[in-house]
Design a protein around this ligand. Sequence first.
Ligand SMILES: [Zn+2]
Length: 238
Amino acid sequence: MAGLVVESTKRILYENLPKLREQYWEESARPPKWMDRLQAAAGPHKSGNDPHIAGRALDIILFASQPLELEMANDLVEVFLGLREKMKWIAVIYNSEEWNRAGLKFPRTGSPENRHVTHIHVEWDAANINLVGFEADLAAALKKGLAKFRLTGQSFYIYVGADSNPQKIRDLRASYVERIKGQGGDVTDVLSVWLDYIVKIGSEVKLPGDPLPTPLEDGRALGIKIIETDELERILAV
Ligand SMILES: [Zn+2]
C-alpha cells in the first residue's frame, strides 16, 4: 500500500478522468499484458531503491506518442505545477522534462525510460507521504483544467422519446451532443455493449402491437446504464 498522498491523488484522478480508468497494453511486461494507467505500486519498469517501492510515487500512463494522451498529460502537469505548494511533491517528470520541488524545470535526457515518454511520474518525500488537505483543490483543478477531457473514452446514445413539445426535446438533444463532445465524450447512434450510457429524453414510445424492441428495451437487455437528463447534468457539471 502506497502512502496516503499517493492513494488520494490516484483516487481523485480516477474519479475525474475516465481515460485514466481505461487499461493500456504494456509492451514491457513479460509477457505483455493489459495494465491500469494509474500505478502506485512498483510496475515492470521499476527496480531497487525506486520511490514506488517506498510508496511515495505515482505513475500516470499517458503516451507522449499519442496526441490526445500527450495533450491530456501536458494539462495534468499544469495542474500539478499549479498545486505545487499544496501537494508538496518533490518531482514531476514527463516527456523529457522534470520539475523539482521549487517548480524549476530541467531537461530529462537519455533513454526513453529516463525521459519518461510513456507516463507522468509524481514523487513525494517521506515527510509528506501521508499528506492531506489538497484533495478538494486537486478535484477542482482537474474539473477546470481538464474539462475537455472529462468524458474522454465515454460513449453515449441519446434516446429521444415523446414530449408535448417535440422541437424542445430535439433542441435539448442537440445541446447535449455539443456538451458531451465538448468534454471529450462520444455520441453514437449505434446501440452496443460498449456504450457507457443511454440518455433518455422525453417519454418512452412504444406503439401498440409493435413487435420491435425500442432502443431502451434493447439497452436494458444489454445491461447498459439508462440515465435521465438530471443524471446527465450531474455528469456534465464542471
Ligand atoms: Zn514512476
